[in-house]
Write a protein that binds this ligand. Structure first.
Ligand SMILES: [Zn+2]
Length: 151
């Protein structure tokens, strides 16, 4: 933001007519540019002072301090808002990550289970062929009928 842009926003700032995006840039400029800050203080004193006179209010005795309060109020407000946004974003991505992990785990489990069930059968058959070979016909390894009586 240039000094000209910042100074053109001074009255809008005093009248609370800037959105958060404009406020962020405006305040950032005021924090880093003593010339514009001085300009802002002059305008703030003039505009707010005139309004107070118009409304027969008690005149402020420290405009600079009030302006500082206004600036830091918006700074804190915007910073707090950003933090909430970031926390929300973090929370959402955490939930998505957990959901993805659960889905992947379930998928992996399904694939593993689907693959391992025929494997288990094979392992079982292999085990019995080794340990109890008399249960199988030696030519095709088909399971003998234990009640056939052919030994
Ligand atoms: Zn400036």
């Amino acid at each position: 933001m240039t000094c000209l842009e910042a100074q053109s926003m001074i009255t809008a700032f005093i009248d609370d007519n800037l959105d958060d995006e404009q406020l962020t840039e405006f305040i950032h400029h005021m924090r880093n540019c003593p010339d514009c800050k001085e300009e802002l203080e002059v305008y703030y004193t003039l505009i707010v002072g005139m309004k107070q006179l118009d409304n027969n209010e008690k005149l402020s005795n420290n405009f600079a301090q009030e302006l500082e309060k206004k600036l830091s109020y918006h700074e804190n407000r915007i910073r707090g808002h950003k933090r909430v946004m970031m926390e929300t974003r973090f929370g959402v991505s955490a939930v998505i990550t957990i959901l993805l992990a659960v889905v992947l785990f379930q998928l992996g489990h399904m694939v593993l289970h689907w693959k391992s069930s025929p494997l288990k059968e094979d392992t079982g058959k292999y085990y019995y062929m080794k340990v109890k070979p008399h249960l199988f016909y030696p030519d095709d390894y088909a399971l003998r009928n234990p009640y056939s009586g052919t030994e």
